[in-house]
Design a protein around this ligand. Structure first.
Ligand code: IMP
Length: 432
């Protein structure tokens, strides 16, 4: 069966971009199904570093068609900027290579202003959003008041009127909150230019994908964010507003479940989180600094979209186990294993203790989760640089042991790990 769904198993930033890039080499289509330019996927290739926020990572392969699904929220101006900058790097981006759903929702300038206003109003309890307008755009979608990408195909004045009306409505809310209002006409001007550029790319992607699947094409569904940021399954309200889990791939693309062959969970070998919300295994001090890096390298733990330093901690198997259950992973992959080199010992949170009770899965309320004390299992570390390893047998015994222990605690096979940012820095259990 032709679909592989790729899912972030943690709080996003698991290194999914490079995994999609790897899967894309044997795929026909790479399709993104949720989120917007809150995502940041980084792929290193031939000494260039590609930072993608909206365009699927498959675009780096000339034989692949990239699809932006109906489950996404798209800022047309930022998409055009991204397309232009990828073209400058030599990528050929045409309507034959990039197909945008006519049913995705548009992030307007109003959404961005409202995101900022909502975060300001929350003060110390803020979510820590990326301020890209994601939440307000999904709010309009579910409130049946959104503007869709297909509306860019309308007469330009009609599209402008819809955008202006959205800005005027948002202005009322902004005024109530004492925030500066937007000038409707000038706020939407750049959107009209962007719509003119994007028109030829817009299609019914569900129909397009169905035909491709029936013809036996291989499709990789590219998840953004991660399971623990899911609107239903994450640590609500410290979540994003979409469904970056396996079910979200189907609704976010309009494809049927019987085409799915594999659900690949991508987890970083340790935990990171950006923004607010509980993180039971969070570390401070020297180990956290080693995991985070200095910020000098693009793979260090600083947000691709916002530049914020990420919170770092030991691998939380309680959360991973939960991600396995929410998504039904057929297999997992561990990324950034090389960053653990040099630590004398490594810890895995195998359960939580909360108020004297043992939890194998995360509790539902943040109040309980804030009180969770991780129950750690300590494993030996390794000192060797593993960034040139290509086979499991080349990894130090302690690294192999770490992988096997995580797989066994989650009851899911781990057949691949990444040991560096470059395309070929992958270790496979079975080499073809
Ligand atoms: P929003 O998606 O901008 O509304 O942000 C909601 C929460 O999700 C915040 O905690 C963000 O830091 C987090 N978030 C959103 N996108 C990403 C991502 O791509 N990686 C990691 N965290 C993200």
């Amino acid at each position: 069966m032709p679909i592989t769904i790729l899912i972030g198993a943690q709080w996003g930033d698991e290194g999914k971009g490079r995994v999609v890039d790897w899967l894309a080499s044997s795929a026909d289509i790479v399709a993104r199904y949720a989120g917007g330019d809150n995502a940041g996927h980084t792929v290193a290739l031939n000494e260039s570093v590609y930072k993608l926020h909206l365009v699927p990572s498959g675009i780096l392969h000339s034989h692949v068609v990239s699809v932006m699904g109906n489950g996404m929220v798209i800022n047309p101006v930022n998409l055009v900027t991204e397309i232009m900058s990828l073209r400058k790097l030599g990528l050929d981006i045409t309507p034959e290579r990039l197909v945008i759903s006519s049913r995705a929702h548009i992030i307007t300038p109003a959404h961005i202003a409202l995101d900022k206003a909502a975060e300001t109003a929350l003060g110390d309890s803020k979510i820590g959003t990326t301020l890209r307008g994601i939440g307000p755009a999904y709010l309009d979608k579910t409130g049946r008041a959104g503007i869709r990408t297909g509306d860019m195909l309308l007469d330009v004045e009609e599209f402008a009127e819809r955008l202006i009306a959205a800005v005027e409505t948002a202005n009322e809310t902004l005024a109530r909150q004492g925030m500066e209002s937007l000038d409707p006409r000038s706020a939407v001007e750049s959107y009209l230019d962007a719509a003119a550029v994007l028109k030829p790319f817009i299609k019914d992607t569900s129909v397009y994908l169905h035909a491709a699947l029936r013809a036996g094409k291989q499709v990789v569904c590219e998840g953004a964010q991660g399971t623990l940021l899911d609107i239903d399954h994450g640590s609500y309200p410290f979540v994003t507003s979409s469904s970056p889990t396996a079910g979200g791939a189907l609704t976010g693309l309009g494809v049927g479940p019987l085409f799915v062959e594999k659900v690949l969970g991508v987890a970083k070998a340790f935990s990171t989180r950006v923004g607010g919300g509980p993180m039971p295994t969070e570390l401070n001090g020297q180990i956290a600094q080693q995991l985070r890096g200095s910020g000098a390298n693009f793979w260090d733990e600083f947000g691709t979209t916002t530049g914020r330093p990420r919170r770092c901690g030991w691998l939380d198997v309680v959360m991973l186990r939960y991600a396995v259950s929410v998504n039904g992973f057929s297999e997992m992959m561990l990324t950034k294993m090389d960053i653990l080199s040099g630590l004398s010992e490594l810890k895995l949170a195998v359960a939580y203790e909360i108020d004297g009770r043992r939890y194998e899965y995360p509790p539902v309320t943040n109040e309980l989760l804030e009180r969770a004390k991780p129950i750690y299992e300590t494993l030996p570390g390794w000192q060797e640089d593993i960034s040139n390893c290509h086979a499991f047998s080349q990894l130090p015994a302690a690294a192999q042991n770490y992988i096997e222990r995580v797989a066994s605690l989650c009851d899911v096979p781990i057949n691949s790990v990444s040991v560096g940012p470059e395309r070929d820095q992958l270790v496979m259990r079975h080499t073809a």
